[in-house]
Design a protein around this ligand. Structure first.
Ligand SMILES: [Zn+2]
Length: 161
């Protein structure tokens, strides 16, 4: 189990304290508050147009990944999906379906993956965060997506459906 070590409000070391019906929960003796785990939330998107899937290159890295971004405070998952897609590639999806999620310890992030379908990609325009993109045929994706990545794992989960 991954544990939060410090209180996110005051920075004091957390202890564990029994909470009725919940078991041992991290507790801040200083704030006198239970501190449920805090983590980042991000969305990543498998973007589909006809029989093609969009992969992008970012931050001058050589490999292809999925479009992704962090949630803003107060935002729902679907809101974040629509905002990120508009910001990063200037498209509006016609359909959004939840795929699956996975916790990514390196950045303490819960990654939530969605499948997006587009009817029209004529307005596609990359923002500064993306170096390049390519539409791959569905059977070409696994050979081109970054090996051992969360993006690949999400795509494999999508193929099982
Ligand atoms: Zn505290």
């Amino acid at each position: 189990m991954i544990k939060q070590k410090c209180c996110p409000e005051c920075g004091a070391k957390l202890t564990l304290k029994e909470l009725e019906h919940e078991g041992l929960i991290p507790y801040c003796e200083n704030c006198k508050e239970y501190r449920f785990p805090m983590f980042n939330t991000a969305v990543s998107m498998i973007c589909k147009y006809q029989d093609a899937v969009l992969l992008i290159k970012q931050y001058h890295k050589p490999f292809y990944i999925l479009v992704a971004g962090y949630l803003n405070l107060g935002e729902g998952l679907e809101d974040a999906v629509k905002r990120e897609i508009k910001e990063e590639i200037n498209l509006i999806p016609s359909k959004i379906t939840f795929n699956t999620s996975k916790y990514y310890p390196a950045s303490n992030t819960l990654m939530c993956n969605f499948i997006l379908e587009f009817d029209d990609i004529s307005s596609l325009k990359l923002n500064y965060e993306i170096d390049s993109y390519k539409w791959f045929k569905e059977n070409e994706v696994l050979d081109n997506i970054k090996p051992d990545s969360l993006a690949k794992w999400f795509y494999l989960e999508y193929l099982k459906k």
